[in-house]
Design a binder for this molecule. Structure first.
Ligand SMILES: [Fe+2]
Length: 388
């Protein structure tokens, strides 16, 4: 790490200039909300949230998830070598896993000192959303009691301007539009934690999940995760206020829409967390894309501790893709099932790349996964015209 990167005064200045540029890019914005006192989404203008890089044409975008701040993070060299026009953090960006906000702050501070991350932050525009571990606890939802305190620490760490409209919402969800007309990339970051109703667990007849899983493994059987699909129409990850906001975001003109979800959108396996556990939300999202005629949607996701591509081409407005990259430090020991998987499964540390070859009506997207050495381990080419 260079002395320049170490200098807290320089970092404070950089943050301040980012905040000022963001405010200038947006014009006016709603004031900061007191805890629990949110501005109405009906007055939340469906345009871009503020960001200093909105004027940039994006041709190479990176994303990643699941970086445990206590582990070595050698992958940053490969990420920094690209370089990216934008890097997206899709959640589990630290492993907070606490109800002690001092501990949460310490873990953010530790990640904030990671040399590779510091270099990325000083050189590359960033957007971020959270998942369970940086929200507060493993697989937590809206009943996590410190969600508002955690939300404030999220904004502090990621440098959200004091007057950002994002601070006035019931969660950390955000939407940005980068680039000029004809080359607009909308980045939508839904919040799948703040308003989530409790997840449905398998009925194990009173058994502890770990014991139950071990017994299955010992018997040579497949071991499903502990969760199930919730058929209840009231069960939701987003909550109604965020749904109303998302409806309006999908009316915003853009050529490409990157829906950057902390959890997998299309994977069909409900044993671990994913949109499929909240069947009505998943169907509503697909119906919303159809109803709004929202072109150019590509799903990106994290959380799993492996990388894969999922694809859905039945009962959808057009073929839907979901590229999962996870993790920056985390690796899962086994491969869970996913009938919508159309790739190998990479169980090594990895990051995702979206290349956009802007060619008007012949614009192409290349979605890739790269490993710790920057090698491309899977790659998919998609014509933008097919996403309409
Ligand atoms: Fe997660």
């Amino acid at each position: 790490m260079s002395q320049k990167e170490h200098d807290p005064a320089r970092r404070a200045l950089l943050r301040q200039s980012i905040a000022l540029a963001g405010a200038a890019a947006l014009g006016s914005a709603s004031g900061p909300a007191a805890a629990g006192n949110y501005s109405s989404t009906s007055t939340d203008t469906p345009s871009s949230d503020p960001h200093p890089a909105l004027g940039r044409t994006l041709t190479r975008i990176g994303f990643g998830s699941c970086s445990k701040e206590s582990k070595p993070q050698p992958i940053w060299d490969a990420i920094l070598a690209e370089p990216f026009d934008l890097f997206m953090f899709l959640g589990d960006n630290i492993y907070g896993d606490t109800r002690d906000m001092a501990v949460l702050s310490e873990k953010y501070a530790k990640f904030g000192r990671e040399p590779g991350f510091v270099r990325l932050r000083n050189t590359t525009p960033i957007v971020a959303v959270w998942d369970d571990h940086d929200f507060g606890e493993n697989d937590a939802g809206g009943d996590y009691p410190f969600k508002e305190e955690s939300r404030q620490r999220f904004f502090e760490f990621w440098g959200e301007p004091a007057d950002s409209p994002r601070r006035g919402r019931d969660g950390v969800y955000a939407s940005y539009v980068f680039g000029p007309p004809g080359k607009r990339v909308q980045v939508i970051l839904p919040d799948l934690r703040y308003n989530r109703t409790p997840i449905m667990t398998l009925d194990l007849a009173g058994a502890n999940y770990d014991d139950w899983a071990k017994a299955k493994e010992n018997a040579g059987l497949l071991v499903p995760g502990p969760y199930a699909r919730n058929p209840d129409h009231a069960a939701t990850m987003l909550g109604e206020r965020q749904w109303q906001w998302l409806e309006r975001q999908l009316e915003v003109p853009a050529e490409v829409r990157l829906f950057a979800s902390s959890l997998q959108v299309l994977a069909d396996f409900p044993g671990w967390e994913g949109w499929i556990n909240f069947a009505r939300d998943q169907q509503r999202l697909i119906d919303l894309i159809r109803r709004k005629g929202a072109n150019g949607v590509v799903f990106l996701s994290g959380d799993t501790h492996y990388a894969e591509m999922s694809k859905l081409d039945v009962n959808v407005p057009y073929t839907l893709w979901d590229l999962t990259s996870s993790g920056i430090t985390e690796v899962w020991p086994v491969t869970p099932p996913n009938a919508n998987r159309v790739s190998e499964v990479l169980r090594e540390v990895n990051f995702g790349v979206i290349d956009i070859d802007w060619q008007g009506p012949r614009t192409r997207l290349t979605l890739s996964i790269r490993d710790v050495a920057g090698r491309t381990r899977m790659s998919f080419e998609i014509e933008l015209a097919s996403l309409a």
